[in-house]
Write a protein that binds this ligand. Structure first.
Ligand code: ARG
Length: 486
């Protein structure tokens, strides 16, 4: 192929251009353009090393290094449009450099392949992104810790199975998320460290016969040193999978916080109000204040987990060394990083503007049953075996259960409804309004009744309601404790 004519990486081996559909499938420029700065950095280090090794002149290196800076600027400002016919960012940058500086540009690719080039660029990108995520995690963690400190003495119910379990403090609860973020941080730091080996100089797969200095380029690019095996280096995307996994697990952690904020901001819980800047309204229902951002924190891991699966699936079963499949590892890596970054970006503000309803949290923590474990431990302290204490307190709680007392007083649901109607006519009006939306899929009406019947028949019959217990005698607790102590 004549010099200067766009040829991607094909050179003169081919007489004609690629089939357009094949070229479109082959091209990666629409996503690897984000490697521009790293590609230029890698090429500049490579050129400096070539000059130091006597493979090009110092003047050529100078022309290449300054030329590459100009190319980056032109592409970034849109002055030079990227060309999909050139396949990827590497060929776009090199081709423009050659147009710009001529002969020296044609020497840049000495002792280098796009295989070690892209592996180097990707590592530079991934390492920087990992460290940026670490900083974002730190900001989020600081916000959580700040609120935890403010609420070190705010009591609330702690849950297991989403049932009130024992009293905890809100500070403790918030710090659980800080712990998760701390582990996420560690994973990213660790992955970044492992990614800090330079593949540059591994060539297409087998290195080069030219006298290059791999340690020099590694040091120039801030790597700890060169990779050890050229076959592995050009085909390894472990670092991408590790970072994507760290992002996915981070997103999973944030999704748990998102879910709790969604739950807690319901009228039913009423533990927290999200700041206005983190809520959306409804286009139909004027009163709505929806926790969209918290919902998205909950939903985002879906993508990040998909990214990890994609990365592992692409890498699975690949024979050594480089295969074009590896180009497909870029987008999932970018997406996982972008997802984690976007989720982390909202966290400090979201957490800072949470308005906790301390009174409501306290009231919920006032549920006497939450003291059951403490009472059992009190008995243990007095010498009772734990299993016996568990039984004693379990019986007490059973007798005191207000729902069972209420059930005892309300023999049938229809009677309860009649009573509720008398007490709250507004609720009845709303129930009727709800009945008017009796379309299929709504909660009332013929279709709903039919659906309920269908579901009922498909389900196991409900067990019979146990007999209502006698009303608890509160003195029983004291008597029991007294008799035990004496
Ligand atoms: N765009 C390619 C990638 O991301 C660059 C390497 C191409 N190498 C090759 N032998 N075709 O993997």
């Amino acid at each position: 192929m004549p010099e200067g004519k766009p040829s991607g990486g094909r050179g003169a081996r081919f007489a004609g251009a690629m089939d357009p559909a094949a070229a479109a499938l082959n091209a990666s420029i629409h996503f690897d353009r984000r490697l521009l700065r790293d590609d230029v950095r890698g090429s500049q280090a490579h050129a400096r090393m070539l000059a130091a090794a006597g493979l090009i002149t110092a003047d050529d290196a100078e022309a290449i290094v300054t030329g590459l800076s100009r190319v980056a600027e032109e592409i970034e400002t849109g002055k030079h449009p990227l060309d999909a016919a050139l396949e990827d960012i590497h060929m776009n940058v090199e081709t423009r450099l050659i147009q710009m500086v001529g002969e020296p540009g044609r020497r840049l690719h000495t002792a280098r392949s796009r295989n070690d080039q892209v592996a180097t660029d990707l590592r530079l990108y991934a390492r920087r992104a990992a460290l940026e995520l670490v900083s974002a995690i730190d900001r989020a963690r600081v916000a959580l810790c700040r609120r935890a400190r403010q609420h070190a003495h705010t009591i609330m119910p702690g849950y297991t199975h989403l049932q009130r379990a024992q009293v905890v403090t809100l500070g403790h609860h918030l710090l659980a998320y800080a712990e998760m973020l701390d582990r996420d941080r560690g994973r990213l730091v660790d992955a970044e460290r492992r990614a800090a080996a330079s593949p540059l100089g591994s060539g297409a797969l087998a290195g080069t016969s030219l006298p290059i200095d791999r340690a020099a380029t590694a040091a120039d690019l801030g790597f700890a040193g060169p990779t050890h095996n050229s076959l592995d280096a050009v085909s390894d995307r472990d670092f991408a999978a590790e970072i994507a996994f760290a992002c996915a697990l981070l997103a999973v952690h944030l999704s748990r916080l998102g879910e709790e904020l969604v739950l807690w901001s319901t009228t039913e819980f009423g533990f927290v109000r999200l700041g206005e800047g983190y809520c959306s309204g409804s286009s139909l229902m004027p009163q709505k204040r929806n926790p969209d951002i918290a919902e998205l924190l909950r939903g985002k891991p879906g993508r990040a987990i998909g990214d990890v699966v994609a990365l592992l699936t692409i890498s699975k079963g690949l024979a050594l060394a480089y295969n074009k499949d590896l180009q497909e590892t870029q987008e999932p890596l970018y997406d996982a990083i972008d997802t984690a970054r976007a989720a982390l970006a909202v966290l400090p503000g979201l957490v800072d503007t949470l308005e906790f309803d301390v009174a409501r949290l306290r009231a919920a923590a006032g549920d006497a049953a939450l003291g059951a474990t403490d009472l059992a431990e009190e008995l243990v302290r007095a010498g009772m075996p734990f299993r016996s204490a568990h039984e004693v307190v379990g019986k007490l709680v059973r007798r005191a259960d207000p729902r069972r007392r209420r059930e005892a007083r309300a023999p049938d649901a229809r009677g309860a409804r009649r009573r509720a109607k008398r007490r709250c006519p507004a609720a009845d009006r709303r129930a009727r309004a709800c009945g008017r939306r009796a379309r299929a899929g709504a909660s009332r009406g013929r279709a709903a009744r039919a659906r309920l019947r269908a579901l009922t028949s498909a389900r196991a019959r409900c067990p019979r309601r146990p007999r209502a217990p006698r009303a608890p005698r509160l003195t029983w607790v004291r008597r029991c404790l007294r008799s035990f102590r004496s």
